[in-house]
Design a protein around this ligand. Structure first.
Ligand code: 8YV
Length: 316
């Protein structure tokens, strides 16, 4: 008998979906109409041995408690902030995620956002579409990237990949995270505030944890300043969104380019109405290649678990 797996969300990779259905008896929650999901779940919960979830959906203690036979939670993403790791640990439930395979695409999106803000891409697109060019409306020059300072908050794999890209654009790079990284030729700032003071662009690439919550606060945003830009490809929880909106409104912060938000998919109207923002819907890893690689790692972790082999990418 195949192990029964609760699949919270689909992968865009047809191969991953086919492998899931080949090796496991899958219960696809995402196929159920929203209003019927709770009742449907009660029907399958008692038999579920594995859960496939995403970084955004995660799994809370209440759902874990509904699954008496669950052995493993495989997260199709790197962030585990939406997973109740404590509850999983208490139950002896393994957790895996997908580090490594999404690094380049998330770093690419960070630079896409940074460049879009620097060169005012959304405004230029609007200008052409709405006939501003033909009408000869004035167009102010933007600022060059070369020589500017890119501060990277969080210097793991993704932060370091962002730094390499920023350097290729002629930017000077610094980073901050509590633990210094040995053997890198990027200077570490003493604090996040010092990093913001030194930076023209502050790119957030740190994990969303209780310790990092709202660390990008009013003081940090003020230090980044009216010519400064905040880029966030990590988690919305790291930024005090109310302080961000206030700073953008008052132009004490120049711009923000955001892929992640405090309460996704709800983006505050106050943020959507601003002109000095670039907004994308949490798509750092959303490429065909990376979503396939992430899904494959999920499948391989599940297969390893049910074959009694070591997990490929366990969450400590
Ligand atoms: C995904 C992410 O959007 O990896 C993460 O932590 O936030 C993203 O890559 C998410 O996990 C959906 O699969």
């Amino acid at each position: 008998m195949k192990p029964e797996v609760l699949v919270m969300a689909a992968s865009p990779s047809a191969s991953v979906m086919a492998q899931l259905d080949q090796h496991f008896d899958c219960h696809h929650l995402w196929q159920q109409p929203r209003e019927q999901q709770a009742a449907w779940l009660r029907g399958v919960a008692g038999r579920v041995r594995a859960v496939l979830t995403t970084g955004a959906i995660g799994i809370d203690a209440a759902l874990l408690a509904q699954l008496p036979k669950v052995e493993i939670v495989a997260v199709n993403g790197i962030g585990t902030d939406a997973v109740d790791l404590e509850a999983a640990r208490a139950r002896g439930v393994f957790v895996t995620n997908t580090p490594g395979v999404l690094t380049d695409d998330v770093a690419d999106l960070a630079l896409t956002l940074l460049l879009s803000a620097a060169r005012r891409l959304p405004a230029l697109d609007f200008y052409v579409r709405t006939g501003g060019w033909e009408a000869g409306k004035p167009l102010a020059p933007t600022r060059a990237l070369r020589g500017k300072v890119c501060g990277v908050y969080g210097f793991g794999r993704i932060g370091q990949a962002i730094a390499a890209r920023a350097r290729a654009f002629g930017m000077a790079v610094r980073y901050f995270q509590p633990r210094a990284i040995e053997g890198v030729d990027v200077p570490r700032a003493e604090s996040l505030l010092a990093l913001a003071e030194a930076s023209d662009y502050l790119v957030v690439a740190a994990p969303g944890t209780p310790a990092t919550r709202h660390t990008v606060n009013a003081e940090v945003l003020a230090a980044l300043g009216p010519q400064g830009t905040l880029v966030n490809v990590a988690r919305g929880s790291l930024v005090d969104e109310e302080a961000l909106i206030a700073a953008l409104r008052a132009h004490t912060l120049g711009m923000a380019a955001l892929d992640v938000f405090a309460d996704e998919p709800r983006v505050p109207a106050a943020l959507r109405e601003l002109e000095n923002v670039v907004l994308t819907p949490h798509v750092g890893s959303l490429t065909v290649e990376t979503r396939h690689a992430m899904g494959q790692l999920v499948v391989d972790n599940l297969l390893a678990h049910f074959a009694g082999k070591p997990l490929l990418t366990p969450v400590a």
